[in-house]
Design a protein around this ligand. Structure first.
Ligand code: ZN
Ligand code: ZN
Length: 362
């Protein structure tokens, strides 16, 4: 593990082109340490690596990462003073207000515009995001383990989908299943029935399940710091012709999106292929969000599959394909898989079936 962290730290330091880096966003510090805490600050300069924290964490961090970082129980203000002589300081802009005040007061003669030849504070969040977009093999394995919990929860939840159950009960059960397998939930679980499935991000309510309705569940586990994300739409009791037509169209768009995905292709082109298909089915106006987003330590990472991303996708990125059709007042369908992008295409990390499942209401 030591080599893994030293290598990503060195990559980041080289990519930022700064004399020192100050990193405090919990997602970024987790990426650079494997350790989850919102109370650590990492400082990297040309010959040292420090973790600033307090006594709650020093013993554990020293045991885990003492050979990678110098673990310091101290005031970040002291290291800020130490850094003051340096010309280019990279700073993670996702900081608290108190840290912001400390930063602007300590580095009061620094500028931010990037043009000045004087001392500079340089935002580095976008550089870190770019590096984090390409996952290492051990990150991919962590995401796969997380997704296998999500797949297992899906297998189990079908037994609880019964007439009269509420959206909240199913959401709570999914959360319990994920927690009981040793993971946290990656985000607030979405469960919607009937007309509520027409809201892409519906909040679970006490609405009870009736026959002939769709059930949409969008959920994921977070294990060892890495998220998974999956959506499945099932029918309860029966599905009429219109429901089947929409389901088949969304499933086909999901498969088209997955076939289009490969390294070198742009995010907007992949989005367009799936979107064009839904438009040809007459559902273009009902597909109201982008086709997918990257997943890793955060549930929504860059890059995305949308009209606004014309950049080529990179091998090693983990990304969702989640077309949806939402017909207000009626119902909606979304089918979401999570994939690893490779040079040849995409490898599906989601193992749950996508064929329309109709749960027997008897
Ligand atoms: Zn999702
Ligand atoms: Zn998603």
């Amino acid at each position: 593990m030591k080599e893994h962290y030293i290598s990503i730290i060195n990559n980041l330091y080289a990519a930022c082109d700064c004399d020192a880096l100050i990193i405090s966003s919990p997602s970024d510090t987790l990426y650079l340490t494997g350790y989850t805490s919102s109370d650590i600050i990492i400082v990297i300069d040309s010959n040292s690596r420090y973790i600033f924290t307090d006594k709650r964490y020093t013993t554990e961090l020293s045991a885990l990462l003492g050979d990678v970082y110098e673990i310091v129980d101290g005031n970040i203000g002291d290291i800020y003073k130490h850094l003051r002589g340096l010309k280019r300081i990279g700073i993670d802009e996702d900081i608290s207000y108190s840290q912001f005040l400390l930063t602007v007061n300590t580095f009061n003669d620094y500028t931010y515009d990037g043009k000045s030849d004087t001392r500079l504070l340089i935002p580095i969040h976008s550089v870190i995001s770019k590096i984090r977009a390409v996952k290492s093999e051990c990150e991919i394995k962590a995401i796969e383990r997380s997704q296998s919990i999500t797949d297992s929860a899906f297998k189990e939840i079908k037994h609880y989908i019964k007439r009269g159950v509420s959206e909240i009960e199913i959401a709570a059960r999914l959360d319990y299943l994920i927690n009981s397998m040793g993971a946290r939930t990656a985000f607030d679980t979405i469960v919607a029935f009937g007309e509520n499935t027409a809201c892409p991000h519906a909040h679970p309510s006490f609405r009870q399940l009736k026959d002939g309705e769709f059930v949409t569940m969008d959920f994921g586990a977070k294990l060892n710091g890495y998220c998974s994300d999956m959506t499945r739409t099932l029918a309860f009791g029966s599905a009429d012709a219109e429901m089947r037509k929409v389901y088949d169209s969304v499933l086909r768009a999901n498969i088209i999106g997955i076939s289009a995905l490969r390294a070198g292709k742009s995010g907007c082109d992949v989005d367009k292929e799936a979107r064009d298909y839904l438009t040809s089915c007459g559902y273009g106006e009902f597909f109201t969000h982008s086709l997918g987003h990257s997943v890793g330590i955060d549930i929504h990472e860059e890059p995305v599959l949308s009209a606004r991303n014309s950049k080529p996708l990179l091998s090693g990125t983990v990304i969702t394909i989640e077309p949806g059709v939402y017909i207000p007042g009626k119902f909606g369908v979304r089918i979401e898989d999570m994939l690893k992008i490779t040079e040849e295409g995409a490898y599906n990390l989601t193992k749950s079936s996508k064929s329309l499942i109709i749960i027997d209401g008897n």
